[in-house]
Design a protein around this ligand. Sequence first.
Ligand SMILES: Nc1ncnc2c1ncn2[C@@H]1O[C@H](COP(=O)(O)OP(=O)(O)OP(=O)(O)O)[C@@H](O)[C@H]1O
Length: 334
Amino acid sequence: MERDTLVKVEDLSVTYHTRIGPVSAVDHVSFEIQKGEILGLVGESGCGKSTLGKALMRLIEPPAEISSGHIIFDGEDIMQYDEEKMRDFRGRRTSMIFQDPMTSLNPMQRVDDHLVEAIQVHEPKTKREKALERTTVLIERLGIGLNRLGSYPHQLSGGMRQRVMTGLGLVLNAELIIADEATTSLDVIVEAKLADQLREIRDEFGVTLLMITHNIALVAEMADRVAVMYAGHVVEMGDIYTVFEKPLHPYTQGLLGSVPSIELNDRDELFKMPGEPPNLTHPPTGCRFHPRCQHAMPICSRLEPDLLKTSSGSLVHCWLYQDHPEKTEKTLKV
Ligand SMILES: Nc1ncnc2c1ncn2[C@@H]1O[C@H](COP(=O)(O)OP(=O)(O)OP(=O)(O)O)[C@@H](O)[C@H]1O
């Protein structure tokens, strides 16, 4: 299904300035998030997923910086916003749910007060009774019993706390919710329930979800599209069926091959990706995956490929699928 674009990320880079040198955690990344979709963002630990998620809300604090690029949200470049406009944008148009909501929820504040305050900070003219009314309707729609309105965060289960966090985004009609490992700390049953609920929320509220996770199975089940990150680059992106059925990038192939399947029989072995992710203070030249790639060609260590669209509609960042005069091997056509 063709959808309109909500977020257009152009040439985005984020650098952490550390004592041992700059860490290029997100490196010249470009992609789009469509309105109303669930986009899964996956990749090994340290590849830059959280940094990218935070950058989309301009939550990168010095000594780190967004060192290049544009973030076009619904047609406006938020990189041009001043701090006041950004504060309003953060609560009202986007919202972030983290792994441990206890760190974002105030332990001294009841559920209803969290939501009422969120409304009143962004809409100072809204009276408490009106805000409470909206809060009550939303809490019910999120499947949290109204008897929980007066509870403090520690009195709620992990799954319920995540729903309160989601409510904080929805109460202001946020268009984009970024869920960063939001389900990781939950047990598998609660995780599956929350995942179902996030889908329902998307369907009901028309919200767009960026789901940052290690859990590839969850992405397969929930997302419409997936973006695969490796060492600060988006290396492949496409709709779930295309990418999971026929992954193009050797990294995506390895990542999917390393996920256990219940259909796996005794003789099948999980793929073990050789090597380690690179140190991002000194990333490899050319394609950052080349030292671990079984298909690496001489050009891969010299030049970086583009993120190119294939005939299947996916985007792939790999020399196997691109022509170049320096390429010696034959190009694989897809
Ligand atoms: N505050 C920081 N200072 C310096 N380097 C950082 C900082 N935060 C992250 N990094 C580095 O930036 C890179 C990307 O980190 P990030 O946390 O975005 O990755 P991630 O894919 O979200 O990892 P995980 O899945 O483990 O959360 C890593 O190399 C990490 O070491």
